[in-house]
Design a binder for this molecule. Structure first.
Ligand code: IPE
Ligand code: IPE
Ligand code: MG
Length: 247
């Protein structure tokens, strides 16, 4: 791809699979939990850098619908860390004009964690800066399924017809319906897979993989991903010539 055809528009929405916490801890002969704790620090760093880079939405995969399969002690510690981080960070996020949103099936969380989530979302709902979208008990297949189920209910009541189940209608029922689709997807920790993250929403997202473990991921690393993104040509099915001639 030639330099001049590069898309220099920075990503509006960055979605990250924050992977590698466990291996980071293992390398230091520490329990996995220490890696998760160190990972929270990276979240703070990356949120700051996203604000500096004028990113509109940052989506972070914190806990997948498959992560319940981990040893129950790790799951409990992750839930506690989530609750503690919310408690410690919400005021600061609010001060920084950040809007916090949680996507995922939160009904599986404890009542107190659910309450904390609702309070954090309500407190920051008025904010107009960066949207931080935390995916917790999230699965891409779950998201699509719950959207289609809502539509099926409407078909049942006669509110809509089967042919009204369009791509737009399915998109409108997703947990991310109010935010743009991710422009750039980053996965740290060396694995090159999507692990049931934003499946529908990433149909045209640019992917960036790095071996850096999440607790080591920092502003410079984010900048590398952003500059890689800026050198790509997003064709959305068209040809380079069409893009150049604006057709
Ligand atoms: C990502 O790090 C955090 C969560 C999935 C909660 P991992 O815990 O998956 O770390 P690795 O992949 O085992 O190193
Ligand atoms: C994906 O990481 C989920 C999160 C980072 C929250 P995993 O470590 O759970 O993914 P797999 O199991 O290796 O695909
Ligand atoms: Mg992992």
């Amino acid at each position: 791809m030639s330099e001049e055809s590069a898309d220099l528009t920075p990503p509006q929405h960055i979605a990250i699979i924050m992977d590698g916490n466990g291996r980071w801890a293992k390398k230091r002969l520490q329990p996995r939990f220490m890696g998760h704790r160190a990972g929270v620090k990276s979240v703070e760093t990356i949120v700051k850098r996203c604000i500096e880079r004028n990113v509109a939405v940052l989506s972070l995969f914190a806990f997948s619908s498959e992560n319940w399969r981990r040893p129950s002690k790790e799951v409990t510690l992750l839930m506690e860390l989530f609750a503690l981080s919310l408690k410690q960070q919400v005021k600061q996020l609010h001060k920084n004009n950040i809007r916090l949103q949680i996507i995922g099936d939160v009904s599986k969380f404890s009542a107190s964690l659910q309450k904390q989530i609702t309070q954090a979302e309500q407190l920051t709902i008025v904010n107009t800066g960066l949207i931080v979208n935390i995916a917790a008990n999230y699965g891409g297949r779950w998201d699509i399924t719950q959207s289609v189920q809502q539509l099926a209910e409407k078909v049942k009541t006669g509110e809509i017809l089967p042919e009204d189940i369009t791509e737009e209608a399915i998109s409108a029922g997703l947990t991310t319906s109010k935010i743009p689709e991710p422009d750039l997807f980053i996965r740290t920790g060396g694995e090159q897979r999507v692990s049931n993250f934003l499946l529908w929403q990433m149909a045209y997202t640019e992917f960036f993989f790095t071996d850096t473990l999440w607790p080591d991921f920092n502003g410079t690393e984010l900048d590398k991903a952003i500059s890689s993104f800026c050198q790509r040509e997003r064709r959305f099915g068209k040809t380079s010539e069409q893009l150049r001639d604006n057709k």
